[in-house]
Design a binder for this molecule. Structure first.
Ligand code: NAD
Length: 391
């Protein structure tokens, strides 16, 4: 087990570059905060925008040396690989169709990668990227950030320890409301590419947030998905990708599940919820109240477990920063992914394996989520027929 909270203090931060995340972008700014929370990374380079002028202006605002403010990710990959003080890792925070090209370029330049989800826009690219990452000898972290929450680690540890018994039922949902109307037609950059199949991929809400729910349920339960029966709908007139998804899940070993992803559910902001039921007990976790985890042993009163509180085990403790009752949230959970990435990258630089206990989603997890999306799209087109995952 790695005591990551104490192992980094005396170390120099790793050098981070960023692709995307320029002026007006959303998730790049979250990455920049998360990368610094534990002092693990410092941002030194970037190709921050598809628009070269905006890329330079964004770099200037962020205090990046003009020599390291690049107009394109290709230029950045070769220039940084050639520098003696080149970046250790790159964060790719572009829309989905712009993950594959940069990820490939930086892996081939020998640079470690943190990439946003979903892995790519297309399944064939995901297959190739997972293969490249596997053979690259570099660390590839997919930022399914919800796996960084202490009480999610707690849930995973409890399932693995058999506290619920054999898992029977999994309910996962991710509900939002921000695409209830056609935000893509009223100037929302974030909405525009998310409803464009060329840029988002074959899944709309499914690729954007359904993949988070799927990754979370897989991370906590360890179950292997065999087949899906999916009903994907675009409710907003003219929208070309799904904005509401109902998916039934069949897992190897007989467990059953349901997944609901929606961006047209008024009243929901980032309503990611996971419920897991086994022969002996059940768990329930809500992203909007992430410091709490409900646990029920069948036949006993419900227990409210808290981050940093009595009953929280070692897996939660190693990613907990503040005492119980001082809430940690989205940014700290995201920072945990950066902390884990830092531990893995430092070990790789020392020629060592990723330390025991360090956990982060990989390109292989991203490929699995892309296979999930692909199976759901095929099922939905076939009137929700049961459809096995390919590969
Ligand atoms: N993990 C999470 O919780 C989470 C949350 C939101 C978004 N995301 C993911 O992050 C990614 C970005 O989403 P967003 O909402 O921040 O999008 P956004 O539209 O706000 O930002 C995208 C940025 O990428 C830049 N860009 C596009 N093409 C580029 C190129 N060729 N070179 C350099 N920069 C380029 C744009 O100029 C912009 O700065 C998506 O893949 C999305 O799925 C993840």
């Amino acid at each position: 087990m790695v005591a990551a909270s104490t192992s980094t203090a005396a170390r120099r931060p790793l050098k981070l570059g960023m692709v995307g995340g320029g002026q007006g972008a959303f998730i790049g700014a979250v990455h920049r905060i998360a990368a610094r929370i534990d002092g693990e990374f410092t941002l030194v380079a970037g190709a921050f925008s598809s628009d070269p002028e905006r890329a330079k202006a964004s770099a200037a605002e962020l205090g990046i040396d003009p020599d390291r403010a690049y107009a394109s990710f290709n230029e950045m990959a070769s220039a940084e690989a050639a520098r003696e003080d080149g970046i250790d890792a790159v964060a790719i925070v572009t829309p989905n169709h712009m993950h594959f090209g940069p990820a490939k370029a930086f892996l081939e330049a020998g640079i470690h990668v943190l990439c946003e989800k979903p892995l790519t826009a297309r399944l064939d690219e995901a297959v190739e990227l997972a293969r490249l990452a596997e053979g690259s000898g570099r660390i590839f972290v997919l930022t399914h950030n919800y796996t960084g929450y202490p009480m999610v680690r707690q849930a995973r540890e409890m399932v693995a320890a058999g506290e619920l018994g054999s898992i029977r039922v999994v309910q996962a949902e991710y509900a939002q409301d921000w695409l209830t109307e056609a935000a893509e037609s009223s100037g929302s950059k974030q909405a525009e590419w998310r409803v464009d199949p060329e840029k988002a991929g074959a899944g709309g809400a499914l690729g954007d947030i359904g993949t988070h729910a799927f990754n979370l349920l897989s991370f906590v339960t360890g179950l292997t998905l065999d087949a899906v029966a999916a009903d994907l709908t675009a409710f907003v007139p003219g929208r070309r990708l799904d904005d509401n998804d109902h998916v039934m899940l069949r897992f190897a070993g007989g467990a059953k599940g349901m997944l609901w992803a929606s961006q047209v559910a008024p009243g929901h902001e980032n309503g990611l919820t996971l419920r897991v039921y086994g022969e002996r007990g059940g768990l329930e976790w809500h992203q909007e109240n992430p410091n709490q985890l409900w646990f029920t042993r069948f036949g006993e009163p419900k227990q409210l477990m808290t981050r940093g509180g009595a009953g929280a085990g070692a897996a939660a403790a190693r990613v907990t920063r503040t005492p119980g009752g001082h809430p940690e949230g989205y940014l700290e959970g995201f920072a945990t992914i950066y902390r884990e990435a830092g531990a893995a990258i430092r070990a790789a630089q020392d020629g060592e394996a990723t330390p025991e206990g360090v956990l982060f989603p990989t390109a292989a997890d991203g490929l699995l989520a892309m296979r999930f999306v692909d199976a759901c799209v095929r099922s939905s087109k076939a009137d929700s027929r049961w459809t096995p995952l390919i590969g």
